[in-house]
Design a protein around this ligand. Structure first.
Ligand code: UDX
Length: 457
């Protein structure tokens, strides 16, 4: 049987990754994107952001004709059997989700949708959004099925997460449509070897022992699974950060503490790394979105309010801790090198990055002379709008460290882990290393004659 033709609306992190994968699993895929720069990148077989393994797959798909970039809803949607909406869901100033892109995409797509096609919502939306889209679909009398199919990929490992998935969640009331969406992923699973080869993924990097679960739920449950999964992980991080503050006060080491508690399989070691807190396009807005959803339904999620407040406190907490270890306790006119700007390692994304927050507080509020370096983040334009204008952007780690009184490791790039402490000592003028990611070995740093400040250690 012929494979369905797919449209992916939106070429953001999720959309580009999904388009690259489906097109390399044998589907004909339209990448529907209205932003001219993103569209032109896709048409050249490139992504506008840095993500390992994506470009070879995009390149192959565009060359072979299986991936077509377009800005025409009519061209893409009218030929597609399954439409995945992967448009952005930014947060509004009050923390609730801005659904204008989601609703606008649905309205326009429905106009051209084929009768009996499937509309899949992949970007994260608050519980209840699907009901509104279903109402729109019903108004057209084209028998279009709606399926909620949340995405669980992490930036930095997006391709591996999406091809070697733990679980696929589909939620909707049309069981035939649910099955068809599940079948797309089963087909991706069958194409794993070919995708690995094309992308150049080493066998060692391919996850083993996957559960490959296919969970079919109601539409609302699927919506809630996505936001609460992210909220729970954010909660784990904020828990670790609050215990880190206690560890600091009591002279314990949070790294040892989280190892100790994480080895209990009921707790698990993942997402207990204390540091400057979480950022990115998902956790901050999913937490605030969940709080808003709760309020709309008359439920106060105090636990998430606390997780968010804890997260916001971390950059200031780390700066305050560091201030107790500099001679006169003030950063005014001190030269501070910030290593890392992305919200985490292995991505160029710096949305809501705590590293930027640390850099800006240091420059704007503390009066420090700040330089910053990141291996990838400055390849995206958005970062320049976020960064305080006095901050000097450096193109190498050494340039950033040169003549600095102290360095703050703000993103745990491998490059910073790999740099020998003696080299930090060589290039810094001062002797202070603030490890806001707890990613260096404190003893090795001290042996190089430097002073080490971690978070909760
Ligand atoms: C997250 C979810 O993990 C993913 O399943 C979902 O689809 C999208 O949101 P992502 O935002 O790409 O993915 O990154 P993730 O690896 O989850 O990290 C989020 C933030 O938490 C980063 O800023 C990271 O540095 C921070 N973090 C993570 C910690 O501070 N401590 C940890 O232990 C883990």
């Amino acid at each position: 049987m012929a494979l369905p033709t797919i449209t992916i609306i939106g070429s953001g992190y999720v959309g580009v990754t999904s388009a690259a994968i489906f097109a390399n699993a044998g589907y004909r895929v339209y990448a529907l994107e209205i932003n001219p720069e993103r569209l032109s990148a896709i048409q050249k077989g490139q992504s506008f952001f840095y993500e390992e393994y994506i470009n070879p797959l995009l390149h192959h798909a565009v060359e072979s004709g299986s991936l077509i970039g377009t800005n025409s809803y009519k061209e893409a949607i009218s030929q597609s059997d399954v439409v995945f909406s992967c448009v952005g869901t930014p947060d509004k100033p009050d923390g609730s989700s801005d659904l204008s892109y989601v609703m606008a995409a649905a309205k326009e797509a429905i106009e051209y949708a084929k009768p009996n096609s499937i509309y899949v919502q992949k970007s994260t939306v608050p519980v209840g959004t699907g009901a509104k889209i279903e109402d729109l679909l019903a108004s057209q009398n084209k028998n279009i099925a709606y399926v909620s199919n949340p995405e669980f990929l992490r930036e930095g490992s997006a391709l591996i997460d999406s091809v070697w998935f733990d679980r696929v969640v589909v939620g909707g009331s049309n069981s035939e449509a649910n099955k068809k969406v599940n079948d797309i992923y089963k087909h991706v699973a069958l194409a794993r070897e070919a995708i690995a080869m094309r992308a150049g993924i080493d066998a060692d990097n391919i996850p083993k022992g996957l559960k490959n679960e296919y969970l079919t739920t109601t539409r609302s449950s699927a919506e809630l699974i996505k936001v609460s999964a992210n909220a729970f992980l954010a909660l784990k991080i904020s828990f670790a950060n609050s215990i880190a503050k206690l560890a600091d006060a009591a002279g314990a080491d949070i790294v040892q503490v989280t190892e100790g508690i994480g080895s209990d399989p009921r707790i698990g070691r993942a997402f207990l790394n204390a540091g400057r807190g979480y950022g990115g396009g998902c956790f901050p807005k999913d937490v605030s979105g969940l709080i808003s959803s709760g309020l709309e339904h008359g439920v106060e999620l105090n636990i998430m309010q606390a997780a968010s407040a804890e997260n916001h406190s971390m950059p200031g907490y780390i700066i305050k801790k560091a201030s107790r270890h500099i001679g006169d306790g003030t950063f005014a006119n001190k030269r501070v090198a910030i290593l890392g700007a992305a919200f985490k390692a292995n991505t160029s994304d710096s949305r809501k990055s705590p590293a930027i927050k640390i850099a800006n507080i240091m420059s704007e509020k503390m009066g420090a002379v700040v330089s910053i370096y990141d291996p990838k983040a400055f390849s995206e334009d958005g970062i320049y709008k976020e960064l305080h204008s006095d901050i000097l952007v450096c193109s190498t780690v050494v340039a950033s460290l040169q003549d600095a009184d102290m360095a703050i490791i703000a993103t745990d790039w491998q490059e910073f882990r790999d740099m020998a402490p003696i080299d930090y000592a060589k290039h810094l003028k001062g002797t202070l290393i603030v490890d806001a990611m707890n990613c260096l070995d404190p003893d090795a740093v001290r042996q190089a004659g430097l002073k080490y400040i971690g978070v909760g250690r």
